[in-house]
Design a protein around this ligand. Structure first.
Ligand code: PMP
Length: 431
């Protein structure tokens, strides 16, 4: 940490009052054997740390900052809205406007409930699915992450995969027993669970583009197969589009792959960097939510005006023509550049990309599910990550997360990133 003395000092102070010195585990850089950098400010594609270094940022606050940091339109909307008061505990017009903006991009979200985080969105959507079907069990996939609510922590991705935590203490075994786990991209694993628990499965929930075990695209037929299976068995299909919504296409993965779920969860981008989440879907299901129906769910800060304003400004910018094509082009440019470098060096790597989301795995084998993602050499990833950081590239500090591009990344940023990745990989020996 010689390069980062102020961050080291701030981290020491943080550890005295915050468990592990952070408020969300992956931020601690534990898996890459380092210490976190403390950020002073963000601007466009860049982060500036407290020691005066500038980084090209590929974390993007783990997804929300698709327009880059401190986007002028978003900041203006927040400031103007804040001047009128920050929370009322009463309806405001902005909530309807955000629900309408979501519905315009994703017509299958006929009705939407706004909440304050992705965790809350998923927890609430599954309560609704259980109430609607009168069944208790849900199916998730190994390596999928859906927030930290009790029933969803088993065999999860994101920080749990990064830190090697298969189950969390504190979750009653009886809760965990209601969660069944399938294998991503393996329809037969889901069929088997439906056979084993006939009439008991309320919903299948998945990230339609997996991004919390590293990026793994759905193989052709997988989403379609889940759609058919859930219909046949009377279960709901829930797409967790907290990352993929407004990211892999304006209409999310549902639009990109042409498969329509019953319920969808959103977060991140729709709050433009402020705390937000949403769940929505078929109106006949959503009408079961209180106060129009009996399924209780509430929130003091739900539909918060600042989050609504930031989200609306973000979605308006994303609705401009050509935005997603530009993100796709940048994603391809970065991925092609990385593969050219690894090809020249003869390194056995696998790069998975969907639009502006990507993961470089340190394994030559194809990565299609959590087991194959786990074959990646995480020691190598740690060396790679440190070399990137010390050369001005802020890459996600975990093998099992996505790197995120934004509209603010320039071609020059991408060329510089490829150059530094070349330097970093030159030092890397994959097991
Ligand atoms: N679902 C997915 C797919 C996510 O990636 C995340 C967070 N990374 C969540 C749910 C939880 O969202 P939050 O952190 O806002 O609670």
């Amino acid at each position: 940490m010689e390069r980062y003395p102020k961050s080291a000092e701030l981290f020491a102070a943080a550890q005295r009052v915050l468990p592990g010195g952070v408020n969300s585990p992956v931020r601690a850089f534990k898996a890459v054997g380092g210490q976190p950098l403390f950020i002073e400010r963000g601007e466009g594609a860049y982060l500036h740390d407290v020691d005066g270094h500038r980084f090209i940022d590929f974390v993007g606050s783990w997804g929300p900052m698709i327009l880059g940091h401190a986007s002028p339109a978003v900041i203006k909307a927040i400031v103007e809205t804040a001047g009128k008061g920050t929370s009322f505990g009463a309806p405001s017009r902005l909530e309807t406007e955000l629900a309408e903006a979501i519905n315009n991009a994703m017509p299958h979200l006929e009705m939407v409930r706004l909440v304050s985080s992705g965790t809350e969105a998923v927890m609430s959507a599954l309560r609704l699915a259980r109430a609607f079907t009168g069944r208790d069990k849900i199916i998730k996939f190994e390596g999928g992450y859906h927030g930290h609510s009790d029933g969803l922590l088993s065999k999860s991705g994101s920080g749990l995969a990064t830190l090697g935590i298969p189950e969390s203490p504190g979750v009653p075994a009886s809760f965990a027993a209601e969660t069944l786990t399938g294998v991503y991209n393996d329809l037969s694993s889901v069929e088997t669970l439906f056979e084993q628990f006939p009439g008991q499965i309320a919903a299948v929930i998945l990230e339609p583009v997996a991004a919390n075990m590293g990026v793994i695209p759905p193989q052709p037929g997988f989403l379609e197969g889940l759609r058919q299976l859930t219909c046949e068995r009377g279960a709901l299909l829930v797409f967790d589009e907290v990352i993929s919504g407004f990211r892999v296409a304006q209409g999310g993965a549902a639009a990109r792959y042409g498969v329509t779920p019953d319920l969808t969860t959103l977060g991140k981008i729709i709050g433009g960097g402020l705390p937000v989440g949403a769940y929505g879907g078929r109106a006949d299901i959503m009408r079961h939510v209180a106060p129009s129906g009996p399924v209780y769910q509430a929130g003091t800060l739900s539909g918060n005006p600042l989050a609504m304003a930031a989200g609306l400004a973000t979605l308006a910018a994303l609705a401009a023509p050509g935005v997603y094509q530009a993100l796709e082009d940048k994603g391809r440019m970065l991925a092609d550049g990385i593969l050219t470098v690894t090809g020249k060096l003869g390194l056995p790597v696998t790069l998975n990309r969907v639009g502006s989301l990507m993961t470089l795995f340190f394994t030559g084998d194809e990565v299609t599910n959590y087991t194959s993602a786990s074959r990646s050499d995480t020691g190598c990833f740690g060396v790679f990550h440190r070399a990137l950081l010390d050369n001005g590239i802020y890459w996600p500090p975990s093998q099992f997360e996505a790197a995120f591009l934004s509209t603010a990344h320039s071609e020059a940023d991408i060329i510089e990133t490829i150059r530094v990745i070349g330097l970093a990989l030159n030092k890397t020996e994959i097991a």
